[in-house]
Design a protein around this ligand. Structure first.
Ligand code: CP
Ligand code: NVA
Length: 334
């Protein structure tokens, strides 16, 4: 397996074997880190992290992973560069490509990260766009494998806004890896037809399946994984809350929903999550609309079925695998 020089923009660009290789490599790197075995084989390299939207997990994962691999990091915050305002993506890509060995980009449209990759001569990694969140996928798959012991045949049910980055990415990933993906939500929030068609075609080859349903009992039946994400994503207007609460509250992941899944099902969320009133936005929504828990209840979030913090930790190990595979020699995890 040789991924050196490749961009990591969306999982549609990767074969099932390549995705599995990255998950295996991440597991290997996690083991090394736990045992205190040094793995700084990328010493002397430099990477740039461009964030046009805020982040806790993705930024910290890239930074810690880069440091563990021996690399230096430059962080450009949402207001800290000329990108898009005074300088085009193409020009920025050609400048940064001369200085850095790899570039991470988090921002808005997928076309921006694709353009960056087109013009930069170094690997570009997508740290989240409106459409896709591919590094999150590797962390999620590693987490599922650690908890359930397998990926093939796992039934993953996504509740909430299934037409945005998380729903889209999970559907693609499940299709690629022979898993059963279910979007269980209001039909307005089903993923776009074109992407569903691509995923159904892919799933046919891998033994997976794609189901879209509004029925909770049908959707959650036999679920191994129940997954949700925020109902209003970064970059969307605050005005969207009213409509989302009306449309998606029936699809809140609460105890009743979890009881429709397999008893041993796990709960997952990419985080950050609105499960209590300890956030500014959570409080604002409460004051305006009276809901104190949104996409997931605190009970489920804090339950033994919840694996959200394993998932968060795995962001670091999997992002490390992506950087090592695309920048380094292929010596690890083979
Ligand atoms: N899950 C995730 O991408 O988290 P951040 O927004 O904190 O990076
Ligand atoms: N859908 C969320 C994911 C955050 C990791 C967002 O785009 O804000």
């Amino acid at each position: 397996m040789n991924l050196k020089g490749r961009d990591f923009l969306k999982l549609m660009d990767y074969t099932p074997e390549e995705i599995t290789y990255l998950i295996d490599l991440a597991a290997d790197l996690k083991e090394k880190k736990k045992r205190g075995i040094r793995h700084d084989s990328l010493a002397g390299k430099n990477i740039a992290l461009i964030f046009e939207k805020t982040s806790t997990r993705t930024r910290c994962s890239f930074e810690v992973a880069a440091h563990d691999l021996g690399m230096h990091v430059t962080y450009l915050d949402p207001s800290g560069s000329q990108i898009g305002k005074k300088e085009s993506i193409a020009d920025t890509a050609r400048v940064l490509g001369r200085m850095f060995d790899g570039i991470e980009y988090r921002g808005f449209g997928q076309e921006i990260v694709e353009e960056l990759a087109k013009y930069a001569d170094v690997p570009v990694w997508n740290g989240l766009t409106n459409e896709f969140h591919p590094t999150q996928m590797l962390a999620d798959m590693l987490t599922i494998r650690e908890h359930l012991g397998r990926l093939e045949g796992v039934r993953l049910v996504y509740m909430g806004d299934a037409r945005y980055n998380m729903g889209n990415s999970l559907m693609v990933t499940c299709a690629k890896l022979g898993m059963d993906f279910v979007a269980c939500t209001n039909r307005t929030y089903f993923p776009a037809d074109e992407l569903v068609e691509y995923c159904r075609k892919t799933a046919k080859e891998t033994g997976g399946s794609i189901t879209l349903t509004e029925e909770l009992a049908e959707g959650l039946k036999d679920a191994d994984v129940v997954y949700t994400d925020v109902w209003v994503s970064m970059g969307e207007p605050d005005e969207a809350w009213k409509e989302r609460l009306g449309d998606l509250m029936p699809y809140q992941v609460n105890k009743k929903a979890m009881e429709l899944a397999k008893p041993e099902a796990i709960f997952m969320h990419c985080l950050p999550a609105f499960h209590d009133l300890k956030t500014k936005i959570g409080r604002e929504v409460y004051e305006k609309f009276g809901y104190d828990e949104l996409e997931v209840t605190n009970e489920v979030f804090e339950s033994g079925q919840s694996v959200v913090f394993d998932e968060a930790e795995n962001r670091m190990h999997t992002i490390k695998a992506v950087m090592l595979a695309t920048l380094g020699e292929q010596t690890e995890g083979e």
